[in-house]
Design a protein around this ligand. Structure first.
Ligand code: NAG
Ligand code: NAG
Ligand code: NAG
Ligand code: NAG
Ligand code: NAG
Length: 662
């Protein structure tokens, strides 16, 4: 019995010893809560079981070590047994910093090891020495030239040195396609690593994959290395890290190990959750980002409001109740703005006393228009202009530039006219470039056209409209070279808000009737005066104020009168015509012009009479029109001084001007 018990004891001991020799060390951590890991330095286990190797600290070593050393060599063969390791990790690193390592080491005292690129495992003295007996898998997020790292995102096998035995870019082979797919260690995404060593073949396989992926069948690194020449009989396994930059986090979520068998599978569902960013980090980021984001948001909202407001203001118009009835004549400012590309200078086709004129293409109808911007501060004037000119049927006459409508803004009236492709008459009269010059027939036609339009404004409209700015540059030519009067009624805008005492005269020097200059009251006859000057311009091809032979400024009317007095009236006709005109017509027109621009208002004909003279329905009143010694200038002067021709009898003046009966 004693022998039997002894044998049994021997068997048990032997069996135990056998069990130990074969090696069956195995562990599995899905999270590290309640684990008995040895933690030193920065390493700590967070309440949720997440192992944090750095604690966000800088250059502080952190180690997490399985509490008991494992027997890597068995007694029988004295070679390192097969082993298998698997772990799930996550790296968060706001700045480029070193990674961490899984290690197998004879000791657990790393007080002499250096941080950062030495991973808290070795130092500059012992790196590379066989006496280290260290095997490690590094996950490095910095490229260290000292150790000839391949890049800043690699996984490598280290043996006794941080000069890796073999390394590869963090990646994995997709089982389905066989394609190598890159991983980014610092992505903050958890990943899994498998390390397998086979005793018989001395093959080390390193495999990695994103979490939730099964272990790829093809290893990323597969190399032969006789670990029997490296590892000690008993060795500790663990993780080591010592980040060089603040807030780099090296988290281990799960870990399993097995000697002589595949490492137990880590149950992913039980792993602790990893904060995407360290909490300290997060609050720092909130501290920095939040004010920036808030400022950015406010700026963005402000900017949007500003832009919308600007756009809104850009297109704002003035619209009042009384305008409702003129709706059809109303244009949207937005359309006019677009038509002229924001009133760009390249669209400017003219600028005169009343404002600038732009050529535009209406967005919807693709109609060419001329947009006149009239700046004005009299609301009353605008209202009267619109009610009198826009609303009434005065818009339609074949010798008026068609007014299509209007738009109002603060202190600005925009008038939309049909675009006249041939431009204004003055350039045909005075510009050397425009060849050939207008023929006599064309000139006479244009004079009749403008007479007809004025007749319309003065006598045929519901209300008398005084143009007040008749001149060659306000006459536009349509495609058939018909004259069309523009800017009608605009002067009215300037009548209001003007003190009667101030001599605020609307019109153009040289065309202004003398009585207007003194009394300031426009009448149809002041238009007739300007029309007379206009006839002279067209017939003589000269400007109303010209230079005579002695280079003195002279009124065109006086110059023509002089010719008449000298019996050479036709010499006043434009020499550009080269004599190609009808003498009778030219003389009639010139005399009519002088009659129209008679300094005495009541000597002038009405537009109705002008039409009759032009059409030769009635002859010119020759008895009223004989050359006189008195120049137009003198008459103007006298009137300006306050003489009234009706009260005065002019006994001393030999003038044949008599007030004509209208
Ligand atoms: C690590 O974290 C703990 C808890 O947040 C803190 O008390 C400790 O000071 C930290 N240590 C280092 C080295 O940052
Ligand atoms: C670790 O090793 C150092 C010397 O290398 C020694 O001074 C220290 O006491 C050791 N620490 C422990 C806990 O054994
Ligand atoms: C994977 O990473 C390596 C090394 O950084 C690089 O050369 C390669 O172009 C990457 N491949 C893809 C598909 O991004
Ligand atoms: C190591 O990897 C190679 C190639 O992927 C494979 O053939 C071999 O079976 C692997 N060995 C171990 C121990 O996983
Ligand atoms: C591996 O190393 C051990 C220890 O140095 C040695 O005894 C053994 O022969 C080596 N095996 C091979 C295949 O080289």
């Amino acid at each position: 019995m004693k022998l039997l018990s002894l044998l049994l004891l021997l068997f048990i001991v032997g069996h135990n010893k056998q069990a130990h020799v074969t090696g069956d060390e195995k562990f599995l951590y899905s999270g590290f809560a309640d684990s008995k890991l040895i933690l030193n330095g920065a390493a700590m286990v967070m309440p949720n079981g997440l192992l944090d190797l750095t604690n966000g600290s800088v250059r502080l070593k952190g180690h997490a070590i399985y509490p008991t050393p494992l027997r890597f060599r068995d007694f029988s063969y004295n070679t390192v047994q097969s082993f298998s390791v698997s772990f799930v990790f996550g790296i968060v690193s706001p700045h480029p910093s070193n990674g961490f390592a899984f290690f197998i080491s004879p000791g657990k005292n790393f007080s002499d090891a250096l941080p950062t690129q030495y991973f808290g495992l070795l130092n500059d003295q012992n790196d590379g020495m066989e006496t280290n007996h260290i095997f490690a898998i590094e996950l490095d997020t910095i490229q260290n030239s000292e150790f000839q790292d391949i890049n800043d995102n690699h996984i490598a096998i280290d043996i006794n040195s941080l000069h890796s035995v073999q390394s590869d870019s963090a990646s994995y082979y997709d089982d389905m396609t066989g394609v190598l797919k890159n991983l980014t260690l610092v992505s903050g995404d958890p990943m899994q690593v498998w390390v397998d060593y086979e005793r018989e073949t001395r093959r080390i396989n390193v495999t990695m994959a994103p979490l939730n992926f099964a272990k790829p069948s093809r290893a990323l690194i597969s190399t032969n290395y006789n670990l029997s020449a490296v590892l000690t009989e008993l060795a500790y396994v663990g993780f080591s890290s010592a980040a060089g930059k603040a807030n780099a986090r090296h988290y281990i979520l799960g870990w399993s190990f097995s000697m002589n068998a595949p490492a137990p599978e880590i149950d992913i569902s039980k792993l602790p959750k990893m904060p995407r960013l360290g909490s300290k980090n997060w609050s720092k980021i909130i501290e920095i980002i939040l004010p920036l984001a808030t400022a950015g948001f406010i700026l963005a909202v402000g900017g949007t409001i500003f832009l919308v407001t600007k756009k809104y203001l850009r297109y704002t118009e003035l619209r009042e109740d009384w305008e409702l009835e003129f709706g059809p004549h109303r244009f949207l400012y937005k359309d006019l703005y677009k038509a002229t590309e924001g009133f760009k200078n390249k669209h400017l086709i003219g600028s005169g006393g009343f404002g600038r004129v732009y050529k535009g293409l209406l967005p919807r109808s693709s109609m060419e228009v001329a947009v006149k911007r009239v700046s004005h501060d009299s609301k009353q004037g605008i209202k009267e202009f619109i009610t009198e000119v826009v609303s009434i049927g005065c818009l339609q006459h074949r010798n008026l530039v068609p007014l299509l409508g209007y738009c109002r803004r603060d202190n600005e009236l925009l008038l939309v006219y049909e675009f006249m492709p041939k431009g204004s008459l003055d350039k045909y009269l005075f510009s050397e470039d425009v060849k050939p010059p207008l023929s006599w027939a064309q000139r006479l036609g244009i004079i009749k056209d403008i007479a007809s339009s004025l007749l319309y404004l003065h006598h045929e409209c519901e209300k008398v409209i005084i143009h007040r700015d008749i001149k060659a540059s306000n006459v536009l030519l349509d495609n058939d070279m018909n004259g069309r009067l523009g800017d009608f009624g605009l002067a009215r805008l300037y009548d209001h808000g003007v003190n009667a005492q101030t001599t605020h005269v609307v019109g153009t020097i040289g065309y202004i009737a003398p009585e207007l200059a003194s009394a300031g009251k426009p009448t149809p006859l002041t238009d007739v005066f300007s029309f007379g000057i206009f006839i002279l311009e067209v017939t003589c091809g000269r400007r109303p104020i010209m230079k005579n032979e002695e280079e003195n400024h002279m009124m065109l009317a006086d110059w023509v009168l002089e010719h008449w007095q000298n019996g050479s009236l036709t010499d006043a006709v434009d020499t550009n015509l080269c004599g190609n005109y009808d003498d009778l017509e030219a003389c009639l027109v010139l005399k009519l012009a002088l009659l129209c621009s008679h300094p005495f208002m009541h000597a002038r004909p009405s537009m109705r009479q002008v039409m009759q003279y032009l059409n030769r329905d009635i002859p010119l009143p020759d008895d009223h029109l004989t050359p006189t010694q008195m120049s137009f200038e003198m008459f103007s002067l006298m009137q300006n001084e306050g003489f009234d021709p009706y009260v005065m009898s002019f006994p001393s003046l030999s003038t044949s001007y008599k007030p004509s009966v209208l």
